[in-house]
Design a protein. Sequence first.
Length: 532
Amino acid sequence: MINIDLLNTIDFDINVNEKFSYLYYNQNETVEEDTKIVNNKINPDRFIELKIDFGKKYDTRFDSYKNTLNLEEIKELSGKSLSDSDIEYFNKLDKRNNLINLSMDKSDESIVKINNYFGITNSDHNDAIDTIKKNNKISISKPYKEEFLNSNRKKIFFTKNISKSIENFVNYSSDYSLGSQYENSRVNIKKGFKEYRRVSTHTERLNDYYFIQIGHFIEKYKIINDSKILVDSVFYYSDEIENFSALGRESYFSGSLIIKDNAIQYGSTYSYMIYPTYITTQPCRNDYHLLSTFIICDYPYITKDITCKEFKRPISPSKLFFKYNEDKKELNIKWAKPLEIQGDVKGYQIFKRQSLQEPFTLIKQIEFHSPLDAYSRNLNVPSDLVEISQNHKNTCIDHNFNPGKIQIYTICSIDAHGYTSNYSQQIGVVYNASDKKCMTDLVSRSGAPLHMPNLLIPRKTRFFDNDDNIVTITPLEKNIEKITLYLTPEYKNISDVNEESFKTLNDKYKFSIYKLENGETFISDLEIKNFD
């Protein structure tokens, strides 16, 4: 056994922010190879981003110790999937006993939510944020895990992500049972410490017994049916360490690592264990004339479960055209393909109504999805209204058009994942038999939500006078000395994803009065009193 006290390990500052980004549609996005960590920074279609900020203060021994090391062999291990024999050199401290050993990191997202709750701006306590974001290592006895969680759940900085990480720690497994595509996955770490190098020494050189953080060891897990399956292990070397010097005094080293892992399948869920990794040299236990150098993985940071799904609505179509065929008694509708950056528009819904007082009715749904798309049709859509096309199609025929009556049409886009856009422009159409043309009217500009089709309708259009439908919310009063304002909110308290309660009535409000005759504005802070 080496001469290292595992209960008093080195602390490293680490702050990790993770997110899924979806940029462009790829037809094979649900079946891509995902058994590796592929750090693709050049125009990836979609990726999980891990942003790791790290740092450590070193004393005067740093430079002389670094000069005793040959890090070229370690650099050769960086950025690629490690073999079983390579992984054995990365000794994990968190696996050494019956403890849950973790790094309790506060994400930037959690800090923003906490600040919003207390009404604090970041600039008011930058030093506190810096301390909160730095690594806080914890060790919890597994039999007392539930007691620890119950006693900390209501603490404001004990976020749901931290609680989930503790719960997950005991659930991570290196076993796999996913078939041949995962047969090359890394499966286990052997017990005990394995030396990276052993050399002899004949003098008492205290500068040889030191440490340097050399990078991060990252494990990627795929989550299937609540099972965490280890699929890859990669070490990333910190190049910044080569240009750093303590200059004979205590100095703080910092760096940043950004990984864009695009070896993912759309719709799948992943998580990562990120280990700050350092190299240290210690005298051999049984022979102090020998020096043993080890690569050691400190307590890990466990990311939240990252589900690779995007929730952005597509853009609605534009430039609607209408042409009536008198011989066939049908209306031909055509529109322009949306200028969607993601390129994932895979269908359209064509709606129609007879007046502004009626809801829209679906008259046709066009789909040209790939069989590999993560798409499931809305069960409320009748199958007889669905038209399947092999290629992009942006035309439709309404066989039930009444040429002598104004009818209103609008179109929604459907993307590869089943999300629909807001309504496009709403166009009123009537056929002028004398001119042999369709007369049209822009009833509403695009962007109205599906449940509020009349939200953006103007006061007056070519076909409709909507003054009777407009309700003003601006009161007009004279000689007012006192105003009492009653607020009846739907919700008084809101709990966010971190199980923190936000009291909406405690938020800040302002009351504004505008004088029409001279344009003066009176603004006053408003305090809401609770009458429960």
